[in-house]
Write a protein that binds this ligand. Sequence first.
Ligand SMILES: C[S@@+](CC[C@H](N)C(=O)[O-])C[C@H]1O[C@@H](n2cnc3c(N)ncnc32)[C@H](O)[C@@H]1O
Length: 541
Amino acid sequence: MSGQPASRPAEGPQVEARLVEARLEPGTVALVGGGPGAWDLITVRGLTLLRQADVVVADRLGPRSLLDELADDVEVIDVGKRPGAHPLSQEAIGALLVRLAQDGRRVVRLKGGDPFVLGRGGEEVLACRAAGIDVMVVPGVTSALAGPAAGDVPVTQRGTAVAVHIVNAHGDLGPADLAALADPGTTTVLMMGVGWLPRLVAQALLNGISPATPVAVVQEATLPTQRTVRGTLADIEQVVADAGIGHPAVIVVGRTAADGFLHPEELAAAADVPAHGAGREALAEGAEIAEGLTADGLPAPAAPGTAPVLIGCSHGTRSREGRDVLRALLTRIAAQAPGPVREAFVDVQAPDVRAVVAAHAELAEMRTREAETVQAVVVPLLLSVGYHVKDDIGGAVAGRAATAAGPLGPDPRLAEVMAQRLDEAGLRDGDAVVMAGSGTRDPEGVAQVEEMARLLSARLGREATVGFAYAATPSVPAAVAAAREGLPKGGRVVVASYVLAPGHFHDLVSGAGADVVAAPLGDHELVAEIALERYEAALGA
Ligand SMILES: C[S@@+](CC[C@H](N)C(=O)[O-])C[C@H]1O[C@@H](n2cnc3c(N)ncnc32)[C@H](O)[C@@H]1O
């Protein structure tokens, strides 16, 4: 019942009399970090306040079993996400806390882990303060650290790891996250990432993190159902899939996550620790997690006989699906390339092509830039020349032991891929076809797209006219309207999307008034084949 002090459970830890107990006043809110899940990993203060609450607003994660111990008159409001039940929005949770406190109740907002570690606790504090409600924050044992510990992974270890990087991995990794993964002295904890593991692994590998980097995944840490699996970046996706590991889980990447790390008889890790030095100075030598870099993070000269790195350079996209398609394509290319493969972008996404080339190719005098001195080849995952190929990529390789390959198009194999996409979209006899490219101001690029339309026409045995989403004419809407004019009544206009992946340009193409829009070229073996050919051609092979 609201407004009434909760009775205490008959049993429980007794706080020593000499200690002053925290007090939860009516009309106030306590944001309590409940710890990773085990009931006895909540702090004494958190438990003390919980036992004074007359209403508890609870998450799905955290010490749920403590809710069963509450007195019968304590109201529990569940705001956690669970399958089939719609969670309250963050705004609604804030409004709920305010309303309960304004009703004069003692409110505990019980959160998993620590309220301020990827817990949106700050937003709840702000909501209370904005309404003039007193709010106190009780730190909790975060699963970011307790998860690894429970899985037998020390996130720091003298001589092996001196820093911990915790990141919300529900999405792409950023440059600082990739730098942490590349640093042999840092342990990286990926939160909320288990469903994203394949993407995280692909991105890490395409950014040069060694496939041999140890990874541990700890599910439902500190609960009786806890499970831990171990592997490396190369195999962890399979290990996790085979074991059926799912949410909630923390992913720990770094040398201390290695199988047997805390079993000295297996790894003898303790023997590696230098006798002198502190922090980074005490890091054991010879520990490189990033491939192809020296200890200073500079490009390592390629070993004799090693194929130059292939840098696949795409136009970045904000589309999640588009990013997946581009990484899948690059992973396919990597499986067949003679040397290492890295990702790079000319817009929107990091890492920028200039930075990637600089990381892999030394500054070079023009006169030394013969084929055998080339350390990196940028293969544009772009369909025609234009500003990005000539200026961005051209600028990135200028003055470095690097070279740029030609764009993917025009090429008859791209006509084959488009024909397949049109088939999949249900192209019929009698449909008019418009091939829609992204567009460029460069006349050479426009000519390449027009050439591609001729190749597509030849492949389809019917004319494919051209439209551009941007810069060049005719625009896609104009091309679609013109194609419609020549059609018999009821005839359809079908667009072949001459872009690589879903994203802004494909959206523009889709909104141009056609009856059917085929999917972009996407992750296709023929596209990978062309990219690899462009790489070889750039090396004069
Ligand atoms: C929204 S975040 C909340 C983090 C929380 N504030 C903390 O400090 O632990 C949820 C993520 O925490 C991690 N997590 C929470 N409890 C966990 C547990 N018992 N075992 C493993 N991971 C856990 C998972 O990565 C999960 O996706």
